[in-house]
Ligand binder design. Sequence first.
Ligand SMILES: NC(=O)c1ccc[n+]([C@@H]2O[C@H](COP(=O)([O-])OP(=O)(O)OC[C@H]3O[C@@H](n4cnc5c(N)ncnc54)[C@H](OP(=O)(O)O)[C@@H]3O)[C@@H](O)[C@H]2O)c1
Length: 286
Amino acid sequence: MKIIITGSNSMLAQDLIPLLKKDHEVKSFSRQELDITKKDIAAKIIKSNEPEVVINCAAFTNVDKAEKERDKAFLVNGTGVQNLALLCADAGIPLCHISTDYVFDGKKKKPYTPFDNPSPINAYGESKLAGEKYVQWILNKFYIVRTSWLYGRGGSNFVSMILKMAKERSEIRVVKDQINSPTSAMTLANGIKHLIKSGAYGIYHITDSTEGGISRFDFAKKAVLLAGLKTKIIPVSSNEFPAPAKRPAYSVLDTTMTELVLKISLPDWGSGLKQFIKANNKKQRC
Ligand SMILES: NC(=O)c1ccc[n+]([C@@H]2O[C@H](COP(=O)([O-])OP(=O)(O)OC[C@H]3O[C@@H](n4cnc5c(N)ncnc54)[C@H](OP(=O)(O)O)[C@@H]3O)[C@@H](O)[C@H]2O)c1
């Protein structure tokens, strides 16, 4: 399959590109090469490469910054995605677009299915919902893939931040009242690989498996343990870390439909984390 990937420097794309290159003809573009907010440039690239699917990894992802830079977040996550959807509609090809659990408010207290109504509580979530809406309004053939707490080798993330702090300090305070499922970028990349071959268009949730969610505290504790560090992890409330953007307290995504449709089992969160930390340790020794 001929595939175009936008946002090639994103954490996700660092794992997605090499994985898809094993079986497909992949052309990937950074923001400098293909700014999704510039429709003419995107149009030229899509027309000349004749892809069979476009995968959008480009996004404004700084959740706190989005509160102050609302227009910028909406420009990339809303208008940019609208541009790609219009171009895919013209070309008669599907768009695979990556979205977030932050489209939900966290009040359900049970895992969110793709059939639940979004109701974001921060500007980032609102802008990502705008992107989802444009995809659904413009295209018949689309894959919207929501994920949460993404970590991978190609970007700064919660795990790398915790491990860095754990090496420098004897104790770290981590919030215990935000519950979610972490997602290894490899798990997400693998799910996308299956999805784009499926032709089963729709909204999908892809995360590692947690049986109802874990807290950031649990996540940090396990990461430190697996890295063989002795740092003490102290559970605290979110009130100790006031941030510009509100976060949903519980935004676990229900992945049942993904596993049924794609006939895959999403890995346990511990195994993805173990693999990531092992690879990280190896990289540091080299
Ligand atoms: N990280 C998470 O915890 C998380 C959770 C849920 C959902 N997601 C979603 O998953 C997807 C991938 O996330 P990620 O963490 O891998 O992203 P990321 O590492 O933050 O990378 C985002 C990429 O988008 C590029 N970009 C920004 N504006 C652009 C534009 N106008 N045109 C083209 N490229 C642009 C950035 O380019 P520069 O490098 O030049 O800045 C960057 O390479 C996103 O859709 C995100 O919303 C992420």
